[in-house]
Design a protein around this ligand. Structure first.
Ligand SMILES: [Zn+2]
Length: 100
């Protein structure tokens, strides 16, 4: 099996239903792939579940309404990036506690 995965990013979106007022947030794992012809395509995952593009098909989980407003949340993704940038900093213990 050929792995065509090139890049994986995480993006968070905030949703608000204009019908019932329900609001929620979802983080998507977005995998960038190349098909055998070399054409790029992306797959969206919510957790482990493959989902359609959040930008293409939206439905309110509370009322099934389709008048859903989507906003880029961005907060979670930014936190993930910060963690990746400095993974050692969180694991390090400060000196004074272990010094005799
Ligand atoms: Zn709704």
């Amino acid at each position: 099996m050929r792995d065509t995965r090139r890049d994986t990013v995480f993006e968070s979106y905030a949703f608000a239903c204009l019908n019932c007022g329900y609001g929620w947030e979802q983080t998507y794992r977005i995998e960038h792939h190349l098909d055998p012809q070399g054409q790029p395509y992306v797959l969206y995952f919510a957790g482990e579940e493959r989902v359609p593009s959040p930008l293409a098909r939206l439905r309110c989980p509370a009322c099934e309404g389709r008048r859903v407003r989507i906003m880029r949340a961005g907060l979670v993704a930014a936190v993930d990036r910060a963690r990746e940038a400095a993974p050692a900093a969180a694991a390090q213990q400060p000196g004074p506690a272990t010094t005799p």
